[in-house]
Design a protein around this ligand. Structure first.
Ligand code: NAP
Length: 232
């Protein structure tokens, strides 16, 4: 698949290198073409498929799938520079809010990206640190990392599932794009725990102890989350 990446930083490097290694054609983009080209050269080194470098609009045009991997501060300008190139395309949103105190879950970044691009946005890859996406593959305690996807368009979701599997991860249905704000808020919460030194992985019980094993009729009403299509 041809993958355009808006961004030439850590996430573009980690994901783009993996996808190029899996045989996809990748173009990254940044503000400074020389710096972006040097980054693409580093990503290509020793690998089969050369990584290309371009301007924002070139990467947006190039991609059959386009990944948004820029800092929140640059989102509006970068997406504005892409014009209509993302309209109707699968758009992978890996972004997180830069400032917890300014994050408004009623105005998620995923929705902003959808509104600015007209693309079929899928929120993914935002929950883990960039170094996790460099692992080949990301497996912890023998379990491949599961990557939740929130999006509405079946074709876009199918494309992103493939790209998740190319990393050696397991795609997980996270529901529609209206739930992307849950992923964004979760990232902010987990980052706070991790950077505070907590073993955040320890906060959740295994599936067998989650209560989900009980038949629906035996669950108290408060075990169901109103509006969540996954809870019967
Ligand atoms: N790092 C992580 O562990 C991690 C994990 C999950 C999600 N994310 C999210 O992924 C996105 C990219 O993160 P990253 O770690 O790849 O960041 P990064 O290494 O700092 O790269 C940021 C990219 O954004 C571009 N950009 C455009 N306008 C910008 C502006 N006004 N200010 C700053 N940068 C601007 C930069 O362009 P230039 O190339 O021209 O500098 C660069 O390509 C962010 O939304 C972040 O929250 C990051």
């Amino acid at each position: 698949m041809r993958i355009g990446i808006l961004g030439a930083g850590g996430m573009a490097d980690a994901l783009g290198t993996q996808w190029a290694g899996a045989g996809h054609e990748v173009m990254i983009s940044g503000r400074d073409l020389r710096r972006t080209a040097a980054q693409a050269e580093r990503m290509t080194a020793g690998r089969g498929e050369p990584v290309r470098a371009g301007k924002w609009a070139e990467a947006a045009e190039f991609g059959e799938v386009v990944t948004v991997a820029v800092r929140e501060a640059g989102l509006v300008d970068v997406l504005g520079a892409c014009g209509a190139a993302l309209r109707g395309k699968p758009v992978i949103d890996v972004t997180n809010a830069a400032d917890l105190t300014k994050y408004d879950p009623t105005r998620p970044l995923a929705g902003l990206i959808r509104d600015l691009t007209g693309g079929h946005v899928v929120k993914a890859f935002n929950l883990c640190h960039v170094d996790v996406w460099r692992m080949t593959p990301p497996v912890f305690d023998g379990r491949p990392l599961a990557v939740p996807l929130c999006g509405d368009d079946p074709a876009a979701l199918a494309a992103v599932r493939t790209l998740v599997a190319d990393l050696g991860c397991t795609p997980l249905d996270g529901g529609g794009l209206d739930r992307a704000m849950l992923l964004e808020a979760t990232a902010l919460f987990m980052i706070g725990l991790w950077f505070g030194g907590a073993d955040a992985q320890a906060i959740l019980p295994p599936l067998a102890s989650s209560g989900a094993h009980l038949p629906a009729e035996d669950r108290p009403d408060e075990d169901r989350v109103a509006g969540d299509p996954r809870t019967p």
